[in-house]
Design a protein around this ligand. Sequence first.
Ligand SMILES: NC(=O)C1=CN([C@@H]2O[C@H](COP(=O)(O)OP(=O)(O)OC[C@H]3O[C@@H](n4cnc5c(N)ncnc54)[C@H](O)[C@@H]3O)[C@@H](O)[C@H]2O)C=CC1
Ligand SMILES: C[N+](C)(C)CC(=O)CC(=O)[O-]
Length: 335
Amino acid sequence: MPEQSSSAARTAPGDVRTVACIGAGVIGGGWVAHFLARGYDVVAWDPAPDAEERLRALVDAAWPALQRLGLAEGASADRLRVAATLAEAVAGADFVQESAPERLDLKRDLLAEIDEAAPAGVVVGSSTSGYSMTEMQVKAARPERLVVGHPFNPPYLVPLVEVVGGDSTEDWAVSWAAEFYRVAGKEVIEMDRELPGFIGNRIQEAAWREALHMVANGEATVEQIDRSMTAGMGLRWAFFGPCLTFHLAGGEGGMAHMLDHFGPSLKSPWTRLEAPELTRELRDAMVAGTDEVVAGRSTAELIEQRDRRMIAVMRALAEVEAEEAAQAAREGGRG
Ligand SMILES: NC(=O)C1=CN([C@@H]2O[C@H](COP(=O)(O)OP(=O)(O)OC[C@H]3O[C@@H](n4cnc5c(N)ncnc54)[C@H](O)[C@@H]3O)[C@@H](O)[C@H]2O)C=CC1
Ligand SMILES: C[N+](C)(C)CC(=O)CC(=O)[O-]
């Protein structure tokens, strides 16, 4: 990590008033809706000729859901301004979120352009799905303030954002970005090191690649694959991640028993991914890490919490599905 530069953030995370969003497609538009709903002024820029029309349509479509979730004081879709140039968009920004296409060459040039135009001390977050900031910040004159702020679609509903700097990013910028995203209502994972694909995408890409293999080999249909998630583990993963879920697979014996019982299955052809050796060190690390998440709750308490939350998720889904079915019936049984 480079020496701390004399520059530090121009604005405290809690004093941000204006956010610039560069790139206003699926994700950039979702960020615009999120920041507007959290009560910020948002200035967007996107080179596409129809970008403003698309952007305002996306915000208008998202707004009812955001109103149901609860808008911040002073939040208004009217606080969106679309700038004619990138420089105009970032000139008065307290924070910049980049959401341009996932192309390394484009990100490098764009981050350098944003860096040149944005005031000193303004942190810039990239929505990149998997590039490291180290490889993206190579053309920037002031790379110390560039971080990854990887969201999940749609950013205005899915709370997670993964934050990590590059080799030329300074610690203050990573800490500032993590704190700003929290203040802006996001759930932050501040990573200790760069990892291609960060955390969430590595997990979901593993599932995604298996899904593609199964379809390619005629082993499962798209419908079966999606239903295996929505009627299976997806219900659990909304509130217990894969580790805590498998802790309960071990019953009273927890993660330790689960690994001892199902450890040999790691070598079964259940996946095309190479399994790690289940060493004693890995076993102990999984048990210790899970114990931290368990935080003293008994298996009975966890089972009760799991079942209560799963019933809540299932009831909420059933309620929405009944409303959708009734709506479809009113509309003449739309397919
Ligand atoms: N789509 C998704 O589910 C997610 C995407 N991301 C990341 O967000 C970023 C944007 O992805 P999407 O919104 O899906 O793509 P998109 O294609 O929907 O939007 C990209 C936007 O960037 C604009 N653009 C093109 N060249 C540009 C430039 N030089 N400067 C500024 N804007 C430019 C385009 O006009 C377009 O509106 C990518 O880095 C992607 O990996 C992150 C999380 C989820
Ligand atoms: C498909 N994707 C890799 C761009 C998805 C993400 O990056 C995160 C998400 O929204 O699932």
